[in-house]
Design a protein around this ligand. Sequence first.
Ligand code: A3D
Length: 320
Amino acid sequence: MARDKIALIGSGQIGGTLAHLIGLKELGDVVMFDIAEGVPQGKALDIAQSSPVDGFDAHYTGANSYEALDNAKVCIVTAGVPRKPGMSRDDLLSINLKVMEQVGAGIKKYAPDAFVICITNPLDAMVWALQKASGLPHKKVVGMAGVLDSSRFRYFLADEFNVSVEDVTAFVLGGHGDTMVPLVKYSTVAGIPLPDLVKMGWTSQARLDEIVDRTRNGGAEIVNLLKTGSAFYAPAASAIAMAESYLRDKKRVLASAAYLNGEYGVKDMYVGVPVVIGAKGVERVVEIELAGKDREAFDKSVGAVQGLVDACKKIAPDLL
Ligand code: A3D
């Protein structure tokens, strides 16, 4: 059986880590694409040269032309620019919106059957724009954020309770960023919901609130430490989990920015919700009942995403 082709659009920090993980997990052959000349070629060659040491078989190429995406089964998009000092949110939005237009056109032409995972920020608006620009079916275009946010929450909880990360599950809804909604009652240690663990004396409500807060600010904490960039190991690992579920038809339930058409009372927007990812792409949106504070927090988060989408429509009315 021929190996699947995975195209990485953007070969920066996350793109490079994605390429390495794909090799280590033997998920397929890798095409690294970027507008920076030499970068995708150099990274592809460097990683390929590690394959004899680590014992994986994968073909790596680097490219500056969209033709290289031809027939890719999965495309993972990290292309774009980060927010620099002095740049407003709208400046960033309009630059990355143009990038999504180019990338969407490239995918439409060369990889129209691909499963597309967007990571470029501001995530919920960029994945929306990428779907519009590519014209691919909604269920084949998703955004990566929830797996990362859940993973951060799980890590902090495992650390707090001194238990294996494997036994901690977390449930995070909403847009990516400080309005995300970690659902404490659906997050567990070996099936025991967090509120029960508070009653059992494993932690206090105040500590739990601190952990939720740290999760919400997980990205900013790393930016403040790195100073010259944002997180890339955990974001790459998270996108790989989504790609693997698609390629191997694992049907994992993963929090992702998915297109909602009425679910959760939201229409024509990408928002973070749990979905089943299998060979058909997003095979199901898991819709739980939200009430009280959770509903309020979710609606606030949806409002923040709507604001970004409206800004996109204003900046590029013809584009989308
Ligand atoms: P970085 O290392 O800057 O890589 C971005 C790459 O995109 C660079 O190599 C650029 O040359 C390339 N690029 C720019 N414009 C284009 C274009 N038009 N076509 C093709 N390539 C282009 O960034 P990174 O890898 O650290 O992060 C990538 C993106 O992911 C950024 O937008 C981050 O904000 C975002 N990010 C999202 C999350 C989420 O959880 C959603 C987490 C971390 C980072």
